[in-house]
Design a binder for this molecule. Sequence first.
Ligand code: SF4
Length: 410
Amino acid sequence: MLAAMPPPVPPPTPAPGAPRVRERADACPGALRLHSADDGHLARLRLPAGRLTARQVEVLADAAEALGDGRISVTSRGNAELRGLADGCGAELAPLLAEAGLLPSPTHERVRNIVASPASGLDGLGTADVQLWARELDERLCAAPWAAGLSGRFLFVLDDGRGDVAGLGGDVTLVAAAPDAALLHMGGRAVRVAAADAPRAALAAARAFLSAARAAGTGAWRVRELPEGHEADVRDVRKALAAEEVPEPVLPQGPPPAPGPLGPAALHVLAPLGRLTAGQLRALLPADEVRLTPWRGAVVAGTDPARLPALEAHGLITRPDSPWAGVSACTGRPGCAKSLADVRADAVPGRPGLPVHYSGCERRCGHPHGDRVDVLAAPGGGYLVDGVPVARTDLARAVTTARTAPRTTR
Ligand code: SF4
């Protein structure tokens, strides 16, 4: 079934301490359920672990040019969005994606939300290759009819032990703890499982969440929305998989891989303001595979890092000292009716430093996790930089100061 949906209406915020009650299923767009925006329809393709084969790169780039606005947006979960799609183009898009293996299960297409350490298995860091876990988890997810009942926002995070993605707010987070062991985190608790059981354990945890959500009757989309007394419990996984509870679980924290070479046969680039042109996406080839990242870039596996200067010439960010590294923006005008400004056109990088995110309204869609400079469009054409009013003409100076000043003095 192909359908264009109107923009989602945000649910009312519950009173402090009151459980959130969801009266409807989530309205997240997908590849089959398009979202209607001011610049046309939008399709969001779930790419478990951000993975695209070389052929899928070509198909996605061709689809963006033939059906959309010629660009591919990379989301904060490493998924891909096509924008500017015409009315009725879903009937053309779906078979293209299916034929390329990008729609393995129409009933599960919106629940394949899996983020995994993108450089896993490529740079010698990390304790296990969680890209392999991601593939097994995706296969198991698509093979489980009940899993189609998860919301389009439910998130699995698989961290290879380096801590680059563990803090990205997963509902179920797996962390490689040793070559033969993994920690499964959910709702503030964790259990240790055998590495070979890790994908199966993540799926069991998701099922425990769905059971808890149904028992609570509040329509929760995510683990943190479950009301008191109905928590999803990792101990259910422990019973199913002979897992051992971890007394004081702590999620590892580490930096994302820097743009540049990643070992002898891989590299990492960032997309300017999180969008790739079809030409920039194709320029990543030849490669064995491309992994879109939660930092709105791409890890390219099976390619020569000596290609980095050529990719820079295509407009991609290839060095950590680029001022555009760490700069992101929401859709803004003209794509979003809520926006007070064309934030993507107004965005200036300032000097390298803290990440900075530009938003057209207070929803701050797509903002990165962690410490960042907040730039918010204000009525009258100006901006608020970390809450301080700034004229548009003064934005570069204000953003440079905010990105580079020590946090304690700001
Ligand atoms: S943050 Fe940006 S994209 Fe999100 S609703 Fe506001 S203006 Fe639109």
